[in-house]
Design a protein around this ligand. Structure first.
Ligand SMILES: Cc1cc2nc3c(=O)[nH]c(=O)nc-3n(C[C@H](O)[C@H](O)[C@H](O)COP(=O)(O)OP(=O)(O)OC[C@H]3O[C@@H](n4cnc5c(N)ncnc54)[C@H](O)[C@@H]3O)c2cc1C
Length: 485
């Protein structure tokens, strides 16, 4: 990196908050995906003004910059693949305002999700979107990825809970999109920013909606000896109009690993379990649990258990949240996919997932937001074994193709980032992609804000893209892709 830029950035944030020695950069070279690349420099600004000055300096020097929260992203979004400067939000971690009369909070982007939840819980409030990574991930990262979570089935994802964002534009200006009240006029620029994966500027303040804590909740564990029965139950619950607060599913491979690790009380011999939460006053929650029980029993559930108390419910949810970490018990590495399908297609697509793993000789554990139709197949592999990583990538591509073929999408909540950019033509035509690029260019005319993310690149042709090119993809998927590439 040019020494003058390094000195200029160091002057903005101070020596302690400017990292450029190789050893210091190493921790910023990865996230929770399988992507890796070292930035040339990392800066840790204290406020929006410093962030704006950093962006202006990078822009002048024509050096790319990448915002980074906690680095828990699963699609390589925070990886500085082209080098340049990582702007880490670790010091932007203040809760600036909690307004419990108007039900909002203003936070800086580096506030950890569970920290915000804890700060408002004492006032009888909650910030709803609760990714399983909530103990580590930041609100800034959640906004950039439009994250979902365990309780987003009934209450909506991050976009439904953000009222406004202060951002540093790619040109170094500080502006607000939205504010502290819901605005329904004009173009929805806030909507365009949320989920833009760090490519449309850097959020420096976020105004989030708060909701009252529910009057009560009941957590159910529904146990199946047959995976088709469990997925059919999910499909039937949704189609019968029941909307639980949460509806999660995991298969035997996942429950076995989790149970050893988190001792959540999961039956390790079951083919699949559903975790269902019903919330509201007792009579409402009872009505929902009774209806869910009936659907599960009709689909062959061998046991339907309702947690006796808050401690048992917390143990069940702790088990669910520990799922990804528990995979370390099964294999050296895992590659998590994030596709969405119509819930009625669950039984078929889960069979496709299993077949994709079998073809590559790899095990796949399934743990996912079933109520949203948001699959998370965890493809288990060992990157020390030649060929296994390639097999995992091929299986991942096949799974995403199955999602699109069944009327779904290549990502539900983890974003496109680097990892899925070459799968975009599976779902979007060249015209769709050109339009998206124009939207992005409106926010970032020079393309220096988190470049290389979301859009397919010819530099690294992913497995799906190669299969589209070779005409190996299912004709319906290829048609959806049009004349991609
Ligand atoms: C075990 C585990 C479980 C997970 N469970 C879920 C889940 O249930 N639901 C879900 O949706 N995700 C889940 N994730 C994925 C991940 O936690 C989310 O995508 C999260 O929102 C990322 O937040 P982060 O702070 O780690 O962001 P990072 O990984 O640091 O960055 C993610 C993206 O956000 C951008 N970004 C970060 N801060 C800003 C900012 N201030 N302004 C603009 N752009 C910014 C980055 O450039 C990058 O593109 C899980 C991950 C793990 C490891």
């Amino acid at each position: 990196m040019d020494v003058r830029l390094r000195e200029r950035l160091t002057a903005i944030v101070g020596e302690r908050n400017a990292l450029w020695k190789p050893g210091d950069l190493r921790s910023y070279g990865y996230d929770a995906s399988i992507e890796r690349a070292l930035p040339e420099m990392v800066v840790l600004p204290q406020d929006a003004q410093q962030t704006a000055a950093i962006v202006a300096a990078c822009r002048e020097a024509k050096v790319p910059f990448v915002a980074r929260g906690a680095g828990t992203g699963l699609s390589g979004g925070a990886i500085a693949e082209l080098g340049g400067v990582v702007i880490a939000t670790v010091h932007l971690n203040r809760i600036l305002e909690i307004d419990d009369r108007n039900l909002f909070a203003v936070v800086e982007p580096g506030v950890v999700n569970s920290g915000l939840c804890a700060a408002v819980a004492g006032r009888g409030l909650r910030y709803v979107p609760d990714p399983s990574s909530m103990a580590a991930c930041t609100i800034g990262g959640n906004v950039a990825e439009n994250s979902g979570g365990l309780h987003c089935l009934a209450y909506g994802v991050t976009a439904n809970h953000v009222l406004g964002v202060e951002l540093v534009t790619a040109e170094g200006d500080i502006v607000w999109l939205g504010g502290k009240t819901r605005e329904n006029y004009g173009y929805d620029l806030l909507g365009a920013f949320i989920g833009s994966e760090g490519t449309c500027g850097i959020a420096t303040k976020i105004c989030v909606r708060l909701c009252p804590l529910p009057a009560g909740s009941k957590t159910m564990l529904c146990v199946f000896d047959d995976i088709d029965g469990a997925s059919q139950a999910v499909s039937d619950i949704i189609s019968s109009g029941i909307v639980p607060a949460a509806l999660e599913m995991m298969d035997k491979t996942a429950t076995g690993a989790i149970e050893e690790f988190a001792h959540a009380g999961f039956p390790v011999d079951a083919a699949a379990i559903l975790i269902v939460e019903a919330d509201g006053p007792d009579d409402v929650a009872d009505e929902i649990t009774a209806a869910v029980r009936a659907v599960c029993e009709r689909n062959g559930a061998r046991e339907v258990r309702i947690a006796r108390d808050a401690a048992e419910a917390a143990r069940i949810w702790k088990g669910r949240k520990a799922a990804f970490g528990a995979m370390g018990r099964l294999s050296a590495n895992y590659y998590v996919q994030d596709g969405v399908i119509p819930r009625s297609r669950l039984p078929q697509v889960l069979r496709d997932v299993e077949a994709a793993g079998a073809r590559e000789g790899l095990r796949i554990a399934n743990v996912f937001h079933a109520g949203d139709g948001n699959l998370h197949p965890l493809i288990l592999f060992d990157d020390r074994v030649p060929g296994e990583l390639d097999g995992a990538l091929r299986a991942g591509a096949e799974i995403l193709e199955a999602c699109v073929r069944n009327g779904g999408s290549i990502t539900g909540e983890h974003g496109v980032g680097i990892e899925k950019r070459d799968c975009m033509p599976l779902q979007f035509s060249p015209d769709d992609l050109a339009l998206m690029r124009r939207v992005r260019a409106t926010f970032d005319p020079d393309g220096s804000c988190n470049p290389g993310k979301i859009f397919p690149t010819s530099r690294r042709c992913g497995e799906s893209a190669r299969r589209v090119e070779r005409g190996e993809v299912d004709p319906r998927v290829a048609r959806a892709a049009g004349a991609a590439f």
